[in-house]
Design a protein. Sequence first.
Length: 105
Amino acid sequence: MSFELIYTEEAQKQFDELSKDRNLQKRFRAVVKALRFLTDNPAHPSLNTHKYDSLKGPEGAEVFEAYAENNTPAAYRIFWSYYPPKSSEEGSIGTITVLAITPHP
């Protein structure tokens, strides 16, 4: 199953800012690669996807964290949810809402 990505206003702003910063191009490429994995398989091993209990998504949806980078200071993370929920009539494409793209504190 593949997924369509929808970005919140905040996530789109973070993505755009990251893409424009020449000093962060390596990190931007890592985020783009992680987003590609996310569309193909949210459970891809390199994403280290796990539920993030501290946040709730739109309408109380579960939030997940995926790694764009690992073992790197201030490594980038992608926070997302399966929102809006997929209805049973839809085809083989689900929806993922990207909530935030941020460096790990």
